[in-house]
Design a protein around this ligand. Sequence first.
Ligand code: AMP
Length: 282
Amino acid sequence: MRVFQSIKGLQSFLDDIRKQNKTIGFVPTMGTLHQGHLSLVEESLKGADVTVCSIFVNPIQFNNKEDLDKYPRFIEKDTKMLEEIGCHVLFNPSVDEMYPEEVSTRYDFGELETVMEGAFRPGHFNGVAVVVKRLFDIVDPDYAYFGEKDFQQLAIIRKLVDIHKLPIKIIGCDIIREEDGLAMSSRNLRLTEAQRQHSTFIYKELMKAKSMAINGESPDVIRSSIKKDFEENTNFKLEYFEISEALTLLPIESFQGSSSARAFIAAFLGEIRLIDNIEINS
Ligand code: AMP
């Protein structure tokens, strides 16, 4: 596997790849890799000739300084994991390499950025969009792979590609879970043993919402029931539980006429903020 910290080095390598008419698949990450990230790399290995994975903890997408400072980093282990899975290129730039100048770009993603994560993490999606656009400009991939774990982020990236009319195919990939249902996340490493056990509550509640929908309950009844469960569970502080249309991400009032509804949760378990979502058609 080739490892590049510099944009110039990466680009001259990729120029050669393109001259050979090979396609490039790209997987942007913030590192501390787990099977969720690796599943994206695997998709890229299947779909493109050359796979580039980036590891960059993007400071401008953190709306909480402590979250940024405490974000886990294990670059040596990550490098080994990528090597073992057969990833071709790792791009691991410094903050100065990515942002030589102060960033002033402001995107307007409309309602996509005002609901759920957008409402609770001001500036987050702008920071995501800026770094992804910068990475797209650097790597110039044919395909880019993102997890449905961050479903709203995936919608924002699709809109970003649309705004800039980029010739990149965005591929959304399934959420990879631990055996007990917890969605894999780099932040899970920060959970204590007891918190790790409590954490399965989130997926259980999503499954409960899904089975209520299948049993004909309305979105509002499901919302009330799940919110009540969280109120009664003192381990958690729920930020939001929402049932929304997968394309617009706007809340729905009825499952009739909705072809693809999803349930979304964000909750604090102690200091750790966890998010998850599930398809929930009745
Ligand atoms: P992150 O390193 O958290 O920025 O994530 C990098 C990419 O991996 C994003 O596209 C995430 O949606 C994706 N990802 C993170 N966790 C999972 C998971 N459990 N299953 C699938 N994809 C994931």
